[in-house]
Ligand binder design. Structure first.
Ligand code: ADP
Length: 704
């Protein structure tokens, strides 16, 4: 008789470790099956014992039936699918969970090969995976399915599963079958996927926070720092491990501790605080300007449990703002000075005009009274030169600011430049009752300079010394060589300059003693001009004063010329008598200008005529046959260049000395007039003395 075999299944469950499912992962289920063979000590020949044996058999059969029932109910009540097979892999049993997962009824499944009922494929490839029942029996050990295994149910539906197969051994250790425990992990996989996605999002957020340039800090409502990103470390100098767990007041300067209470009050009310500019302190105690944006942090129920802070370092922005404010202040200051300048300009231009107009009236009234005429004329000359100087300064400043001023550099003796400046300033110095000490410098001091412009520099400084000194004060003009440089000093014992004004003295329209009464006939541009001119000569200028009433000192430093061989010194050369006897034609659409020039040239011995446009000029030239033509360029209809070209084309026009008179004095303008056929180029306003000098030195070519 075949011995009865009883399969006893004992499942020992470990405490749950899985986060998503309260059941342990299947691989953690150590299950074993013990095969209990009823003792087979039957005696076939013990007739007297037959009854006893029978009872024993009945007991054994009952016990078997009880144990089989116990096993069935155990299997039925397990939450996982369980299938048992014999050693050939044919199903011997399956519980109800296995029935529903595979779609096979117990009655259909028992006796079927395990592969028919428990069909497993790879989730991605769809390839059949080797059944774990077979592997468990081959290995003689517990095996589990690879990840991403899918169970194909009888109806073709699929679901991800997790399984574990363990061989069933008899008491002697021989493998007699296999038990497979499996479960649907659809929900678990979804949860895992969700969790993975959340993890990715969290990692991304964390890397955003870490790569942010702004410090991002979170704190609890009682002010304890909870998170601290890399930028917070950089900004405040505290490493995260030192900052987390500390109170946020760690970052507050002592005079701003009460800010935290205000912040917390607003946060508790659910308010967000945006772009709050304040100061915090770094670990080294240094204050740092920051802008805070603080938002309440809420838990899952929406309760405010803390705050997130974004802290931006605004040191640079604050500096920029500071600079911007400074700039705005400077702009409005220069705007104000420009307004003042315009008022002064109007005043200064009107000042000389009044005496000139009076002078004309006097001349009309006194007729030929020689003494009065002489006096009035010299007064008018003074006023006129003051007007011309103002306008010249204005034009120079405008040229310099537009970068249009060109220097005509030469090697010149410094002494000659200074003498020329003294000569020009002497009338003002004498008029204002000053005493000038001028020590003529060593003749060998040569500078590379535009003599007119450099002389203008010292003339301006001397004039200022005279203007800003009381009658009877002293002015010194000295120069000394210092290495490869020359230092020229204009010093006065006048009203002086306040220390706070000294740094601004060279600014445009700056008048230290700023009231119309004290402007002394200036526009506040003289020193700007002086400084720019000195710089164009490669030099520098400095102003010094011990304060109001203490006098002033202006020091100009210029490089000495290295090559004296090109020496062409102003003031050198013979003085020529200012006499000429030419036939001169003046062509200018400014009739007063043309007429007054014609009148001025006659007493020198010249014969002069005027024309007021280009065509008239050409015609008059044909009749008058002048030796010299003073020709304005900006004429209506036919401009000066064209007039010059047409006259040059005439047989009588070749030898005429053509002099361009124009407001444009740059090199390109000179080239243009030369190309048109002009012999000389004079820039308006033409100084009568210069013109006379030029005429006196003219050699008129002989007519062919
Ligand atoms: P201004 O045409 O007003 O003289 P400047 O540019 O030459 O203009 O001078 C600017 C201001 O500097 C003057 O208005 C005056 O207040 C001051 N200043 C210039 N030179 C002297 C000086 N030698 N002594 C005192 N103040 C001076």
């Amino acid at each position: 008789m075949t011995p009865h075999v009883l399969v006893q299944l004992t499942l020992r469950l470990r405490p749950c470790e899985c986060k998503f499912d309260h059941r342990p992962p299947l691989k953690a289920l150590p299950c074993y099956f013990e095969i209990i063979r009823p003792k087979s000590n039957f005696s076939h020949n013990a007739g007297g014992n037959a009854q006893r044996n029978m009872r024993r058999r009945e007991r054994a059969a009952r016990a078997y039936a009880e144990q089989a029932e116990q096993l069935r109910t155990t299997l039925a009540s397990i939450g996982d699918g369980v299938i048992s097979t014999d050693v050939a892999g044919r199903i011997t049993n399956l519980n109800s969970v296995a029935e529903s997962l595979t779609g096979w009824k117990h009655s259909e499944a028992v006796g079927q090969p395990i592969e028919a009922v428990f069909r497993i494929v790879n989730e991605e490839s769809g390839q059949t995976i080797e059944n774990s029942v077979k592997r468990a029996m081959q290995k003689g050990a517990i095996v589990g399915l690879a990840n991403r295994s899918v169970l194909i149910a009888k109806d073709g539906s699929d679901r991800p599963i997790d399984d574990s197969a363990a061989p069933i051994r008899c008491k002697e250790g021989e493998i007699v079958g296999c038990v497979l425990v499996f479960r649907d992990v659809t929900v678990r996989n979804q949860l895992e996927r969700l969790n993975e996605e959340r993890l990715v999002v969290a990692q991304r957020l964390s890397s955003i926070v870490d790569s942010s340039n702004d410090a991002i800090i979170s704190k609890s409502l009682d002010g304890i720092i909870q998170t601290w990103n890399v930028a917070a470390e950089r900004l405040f100098g505290h490493p995260a491990e030192q900052a987390i767990g500390r109170h946020i007041s760690l970052l507050f300067p002592s005079d701003r501790l009460d800010e935290e209470d205000l912040i917390i009050t607003r946060l508790r009310a659910g308010e967000r605080i945006e772009h709050y500019d304040t100061v915090r302190v770094r670990s080294d105690g240094q204050p740092v300007q920051v802008s805070l944006t603080i938002s309440p942090l809420r838990d899952a129920e929406g309760r405010i449990v803390g705050a997130s802070k974004i802290v931006r370092d605004i040191t640079e922005r604050k500096e920029m703002e500071g600079k911007l404010h400074q700039l705005v202040a400077q702009l409005s200051d220069s705007d104000r000075r420009k307004d003042e300048f315009l008022a002064i300009l109007a005043h200064e231009l009107r000042n000389p005009l009044a005496p000139i107009r009076n002078g004309l009236q006097v001349l009309k009234m006194v007729g030929d009274e020689a003494a009065t005429v002489k006096e009035v004329r010299s007064m008018m000359e003074r006023q006129m030169s003051q007007l011309v100087r103002l306008i010249d300064d204005l034009m120079d400043v405008s040229r310099i600011t537009r970068g249009k001023l060109e220097l005509r550099m030469e090697q010149v003796k410094l002494a000659a430049v200074l003498e020329s400046a003294v000569e020009t300033s002497r009338p003002l110095i004498e008029e204002t009752g000053q005493e000038l000490t001028f020590i003529t410098p060593n003749q060998q001091m040569i500078v590379a300079a535009d003599p007119t412009r450099l002389s203008q520099v010292f003339m301006n400084l001397l004039n200022n010394a005279a203007k800003y000194s009381d009658r009877g004060s002293h002015i010194w003009l000295t120069s000394e060589r210092q290495g490869n440089e020359v230092v020229v000093t204009v010093k006065d014992s006048g009203i002086g300059i306040n220390a706070d004004q000294l740094p601004h003295i060279f600014e445009m329209f700056r008048q230290v003693h700023s009231s119309l009464a004290k402007s002394q006939g200036g526009l506040g541009i003289g020193l700007t001009l002086v400084k720019r001119l000195v710089e164009l000569h490669g030099g520098s200028i400095e102003a010094r004063s011990d304060g109001l009433g203490q006098g002033s000192e202006f020091t100009v430093t210029l490089p000495l010329a290295t090559d004296a061989s090109l020496l062409n010194v102003i003031g050198d050369g013979e003085e020529r008598p200012l006499k000429s006897s030419f036939r001169i034609l003046i062509v200018d659409d400014n009739q007063d200008g043309a007429n007054s020039l014609a009148v001025m040239l006659r007493p020198m011995g010249n014969e002069s005529r005027t024309a007021y446009d280009g065509q008239q000029g050409i015609e008059l030239a044909g009749d008058f046959r002048p030796d010299v033509i003073l020709l304005d360029i900006g004429l209506p209809n036919l401009n000066g260049y064209e007039v010059c070209r047409q006259i040059r084309e005439q047989p009588w026009g070749e030898c005429i000395v053509m002099i361009a008179v124009t407001g444009w004095g740059q090199d390109k303008d000179r080239h243009r007039s030369e190309e048109a056929g002009f012999n000389h180029h004079l820039v308006k306003p033409v100084d009568p003395a210069d013109l006379m000098k030029m005429l006196a030195g003219l050699q008129i070519p002989k007519q062919k």
